[in-house]
Design a protein around this ligand. Structure first.
Ligand SMILES: CCCCCCCCCCCCCCCCCCCCCC(=O)SCCNC(=O)CCNC(=O)[C@H](O)C(C)(C)COP(=O)(O)OP(=O)(O)OC[C@H]1O[C@@H](n2cnc3c(N)ncnc32)[C@H](O)[C@@H]1OP(=O)(O)O
Ligand SMILES: Cc1cc2nc3c(=O)[nH]c(=O)nc-3n(C[C@H](O)[C@H](O)[C@H](O)COP(=O)(O)OP(=O)(O)OC[C@H]3O[C@@H](n4cnc5c(N)ncnc54)[C@H](O)[C@@H]3O)c2cc1C
Length: 664
């Protein structure tokens, strides 16, 4: 096999000084999980029906969708077989196992919303009777999650779809009163789903009770025809997600049984009595869950992007470092390492944070199950800013990987545009970036106010109490000093935003206007808080790892340190403003950063090999394991339908007459 592997990659792999298999197990969670993942991959990727003859990129929008549904159904088959054989256990924790879809479908599984949101929403928001009915085998439902409307996505309280209780018939009547009330965006809604969870304003006896969730059948279970009173369709091509079948739906006096309101929390009784939920925000539970998942999602997409970027940069030679020497691998240019290594580190950071958030999420959910809501605001604040910052950073990192691949990175066959499309969507869906930062800011401002008044703060922000006076910290002990410095930045930025609000209020403005006028500072405070959290958790979790060989521990600590020093340099202005850092300290951090790039360089290919993403899932001409970059580029180019004819018809139809007309 090694005979066919690019010689640069062979040399790079020989240089790697840690056990790649060991790191693969760490990333997967354990040796057993790696074995299970590989077993699933072997089985799924060997299914002939799941392979494409024509590259997806040459298909029309309709053909892409139809091919994705065909493969999605086949995947279902294979998965169900795996579950029956107990190979793929039902595990809701964020993991890499379902990623295989991205290799097979290239983009998004059209059934993703069924598994990712429809089923989890029933599990979390429906009562036990409803669950027994809707989750049973033979329920015939393929579902999605319809919340966003043409006119409103962010401001959920402004949603316009209505569900009005009719006591005569014991039903809700669903209506989309205006064009802007149409549900717009839900994945799989266009032509896949026959049912959906729908968020609508509940009205009983002329009184509005706010937004609630309803399970609604959209299409006939046998014929798949839209049911009377329902107008449904697909929303058209997008930057990415083109196999996701995002759709629209409108309701015209469409009736559903009362018992189709999801009633785990709030309830409507037969006589129309409304029983309030213990906490309104429990209706938003599905969003919380997906925001937690997104950290791990971004970690994985970054792993894909940087695997492509690093392998290509090892294979690619361009320019000479020293006259008379052969052309250098572009990976040897320190600027190239600067472009790429932060993506390796960020992928590990988001994976570690994803695991940490998942633990926090399951703990808080268990407490909520016991009726204790105390930790919900903190969980919401954490999930909002971490989702926002990880997805935003993810997009920047994927773009850097694309730039690192020069012109060839611009080809769809590099798959960097594809990965970009997937990550870019996550900045917007499940709560838009700025909006989520402002949610966390609400929490931080409240906490600051509490701290000023001597209140005990939740653990994740307890440090605020110590930072009123921006205590001096020593910059001798890098990289921990950076975490301390970031604490001072968080405190300083919250204080700046808080003081700004106060000052506008003191000048006679409403609190809401003062908030809006201070909102750039508020989002900056939230971003700083997320950055501190990522650095703190990534560093401490990496440091406390046990049962790891020395070399793997060293390389993981180098990545964690690289992450910290990279962000210290990016945020040096903030550190200068709010912490005790000096220019000399920053110079030291810069030197350490460059030193770390050098230390990581020999292991770079080993590190991306440890993400262990098979070629069939990476789907990239530039990033395959064997490094046959130029051969693959030409093989892919040969697949262009334009290359079927030596002379294209347009020559005779347009070009020749044009040449004659203009005497060219
Ligand atoms: C074949 C086999 C296959 C196997 C496959 C197996 C697969 C399985 C693997 C699965 C992998 C999955 C991958 C998924 C991929 C996903 C794909 C893409 C999906 C995309 C879906 C979507 O895109 S779906 C729509 C999301 N659309 C939003 O995301 C709207 C944002 N908009 C809001 O979320 C609210 O509108 C907004 C702003 C909070 C204001 O809400 P509002 O106005 O009601 O509230 P206020 O701002 O007034 O706040 C009042 C107080 O509520 C507090 N609070 C607010 N929210 C809270 C909350 N959630 N929890 C607690 N507390 C909360 C707040 O902190 C305040 O607290 P306080 O008063 O104490 O300060
Ligand atoms: C690929 C994809 C898949 C999706 N899938 C689904 C799905 O399955 N189901 C579903 O229901 N929805 C889905 N959505 C919709 C998605 O959840 C919304 O687009 C998202 O929540 C943002 O809402 P919006 O589009 O209304 O943006 P808007 O809120 O209109 O945002 C526009 C701009 O206004 C700013 N803004 C808005 N409010 C404020 C504020 N209070 N303060 C400051 N700035 C503000 C935002 O920052 C943004 O810059 C999907 C979207 C995408 C892109």
């Amino acid at each position: 096999m090694s005979a066919n592997i690019n010689k640069d990659l062979v040399r790079e792999r020989e240089k790697c000084n840690f056990d790649i298999q060991e790191l693969i197990h760490i990333i997967d969670g354990s040796k057993e999980k790696t074995l299970m993942r590989k077993k699933v991959e072997d089985l799924v990727l060997s299914v002939e029906d799941l392979k494409d003859e024509i590259p997806e990129d040459y298909l029309s929008h309709k053909e892409k969708f139809e091919n994705a549904v065909r493969k999605g159904c086949k995947l279902f088959d294979v998965y169900l077989e795996l579950i029956d054989n107990n190979i793929q256990k039902a595990d809701r924790s964020p993991s890499n196992i379902y990623r295989i879809h991205e290799g097979i479908l290239k983009q998004v599984n059209p059934f993703l919303l069924h598994f990712g949101l429809f089923i989890p929403t029933i599990v979390n928001q429906a009562n036990s009777e409803q669950q027994a009915k809707w989750l049973r085998k033979g329920s015939k439902m393929i579902g999605t999650y319809s919340q966003t409307e043409l006119g409103h996505g962010t401001f959920l309280r402004g949603l316009e779809t209505t569900a009005t209780f009719d006591p005569e018939t014991d039903e809700f009547i669903l209506n989309s009163p205006k064009l802007t009330s149409y549900k717009f965006w839900p994945g799989g809604l266009g032509h896949i789903s026959n049912a959906s969870i729908v968020m609508a304003q509940l009205h009983i006896n002329g009184k509005s009770h706010g937004i609630h969730l309803f399970l609604i059948q959209i299409r006939d279970f046998e014929t798949h025809e839209p049911l009377p009173g329902i107008k449904v369709g697909e929303i058209g091509p997008k930057l990415g997600f083109n196999t996701a079948n995002n759709g629209f739906v409108g309701f015209n006096n469409y009736r559903i049984p009362r018992t189709n309101m999801l009633m785990k929390n709030a309830q409507v009784l037969r006589d129309g009595t409304y029983i309030k939920s213990k906490n309104d925000k429990l209706t938003y539970g599905s969003m919380l869950l997906i925001r937690v998942h997104i950290l791990t999602d971004v970690a994985y997409e970054l792993a894909r992007a940087v695997t492509i970027g690093v392998r290509y940069s090892a294979v690619r030679h361009q320019s000479v470092l020293k006259e008379g020497e052969p052309e250098s691998q572009v990976l040897d240019y320190v600027t190239q390492q600067h472009k790429l290594f932060i993506s390796i580190a960020s992928s590990h950071a988001f994976r570690v944070l994803g695991q940490w958030m998942w633990k926090t999420y399951t703990k808080v959910m268990a407490e909520i199950g016991d009726g204790n809501m105390d930790q919900l605001p903190e969980l919401h604040a954490l999930s909002c800013c971490l989702k926002a910052v990880s997805s935003y950073d993810g997009v920047q990192c994927v773009e850097r990987c694309r730039l690192a691949c020069g012109g060839h990175g611009y080809l769809l066959s590099s798959n960097l545009p594809g990965v970009y499309g997937i990550v870019a969507a996550s900045v917007t869906y499940e709560g838009e970036y700025t909006v989520l930062l402002l949610q966390t800011a609400r929490y931080l401002v409240k906490a600051w106010n509490g701290a000023i008044n001597g209140k005990t703060l939740p653990s994740s922000i307890a440090f605020l109490s110590d930072n009123f006076n921006q205590k001096s910290s020593s910059w001798d002990n890098l990289p921990e000093a950076i975490i301390e410095g970031f604490k001072a930045v968080v405190a300083g930025k919250i204080k700046t935003a808080f003081d700004s609000i106060q000052s506008h209020v003191n000048k006679g403005r409403d609190f809401e206007d003062a908030w809006n006028l201070s909102s750039v500072k508020l989002t900056a405070a939230s971003e700083a808080y997320a950055r501190f959290l990522i650095c703190d958790v990534f560093w401490s979790e990496t440091k406390k790892m046990t049962n790891v060989s020395k070399n793997v521990a060293v390389v993981l600590l180098q990545l964690a340190e690289l992450y910290l020093v990279y962000w210290a340099l990016e945020k040096s202005g903030d550190l200068l403003m709010y912490s005790t850092i000096s220019k000399k300290n920053i110079d030291n951090i810069q030197s350490r950063y460059e030193e770390l790039l050098g230390l990581i360089r020999p292991n770079a290919v080993g590190l991306v090999d440890a993400f262990d993403i098979r070629d069939e899932i990476l789907c990239s001409t530039l990033g395959s394991y064997d490094g046959r970059v130029y051969e693959r580029l030409m093989e892919e180019a040969a697949k262009s339908p334009l290359n079927k004819d030596k002379v294209n018809d347009t020559f005779h139809k347009y070009i020749k007459p044009f040449m004659i007309k203009h005497k060219l």
